[in-house]
Design a protein around this ligand. Sequence first.
Ligand code: PMP
Length: 390
Amino acid sequence: MQTFAEELQALRAEGLYRSMRTIHGAQGGRVELDGKDVLLLCSNNYLGLADHPVLKQAATDAIGFGVGSGASRLVCGNMDLHERLEARIAAFKGTERALVFNSGYAANTGIISALVGRGDAIFSDRLNHASIVDGALLSRANFHRYPHRDTAALERLLQEKGGNGRRLIVTDGVFSMDGDIAPLDKLVQLARRYHALLMVDDAHGSGVLGDTGRGSAELFGVLDGIDVQMGTLGKGFGSFGAYAAASAEICDYLVNKARSFIFSTSLPPAVLAASIAAIDVVDSPEGEQLRRRLASNVALFKERLQGAGFDTMGSETQIVPIFVGPAEATMEFSRELLERGVFVQGIRPPTVPAGSCRLRCTIMATHEPAELEGAAEAIIEVGIKLGVIS
Ligand code: PMP
């Protein structure tokens, strides 16, 4: 049996060792990283709301209700702020009801393992987020993975597998490491045809995609064709937590069955108040303006990178991967960029398949175009130096 130290050493040898970097001060488009001012190009705080004055004020005011919620929702941790946030989410998404979870990870593991169990079947895009995979494993349902965005392959699986139990099709709305979008229009049709439930994890689309920020389902005009719209509040909304927006029946079922909901202390007041304020901002003319700025920043950045010959892996959103391949070269790329004042993380296995390591650049509405031009120049310089482009 290997010791922990030996396993860690093996990770180092393969270029797969992970460690954390420290940010001092607020989360913004620029941050102070280990004492150095850098352009932040790897945050999911896409609209820059994490340090927005209106959210901070809402959190500050809610501190008047204390810092902790004291218990899980079903014991005595259900405060009126939880219900106000849920009503706000349901109104925003146009669903009958919404249920708040403590994080996206807790939501996916809780929702999936509640909706399906032994004898049921899950159909999951091969590139879905790890928390969906973990939820599927916890559920003990039969787990069928279909090739990325391949609806023909999914249809074959739906015809062949599934038996008499419940069927759940689950997909990321925006794929977190690739920045492309699931074919939700076709998935809605397949779910109807094969009597399956459809769950969409829109962690990276919520607040950001669609004319009004309702996410990837709004892009396809299928907001009412999805049984469970899962979203997170810690990315585009700049706060923390997650939700399922669904029918009253499904939410009621989750209250009774989702173990991550039942057995965990509920979110605290300041976070809930900040989330309500975040949805108000997203759902306002200011939100529209932020989405427009984000879109124009993304277009500028992609144009520079693609013009220089980088492979951005089919990105359709503010998540812009740069394909590198081997782990060591990817980490070297990231180190070289940091020396030039640009903070981008390299993404390696197990987050992505071996041989498809990449830099995952994420663009924010609050980046200045000149900052993105400068970052693109640095990326091109390092890309040529390391032979990623010629
Ligand atoms: N789903 C997706 C697609 C994600 O990218 C993430 C976070 N990286 C999560 C779920 C988990 O959300 P949270 O960070 O709120 O736990």
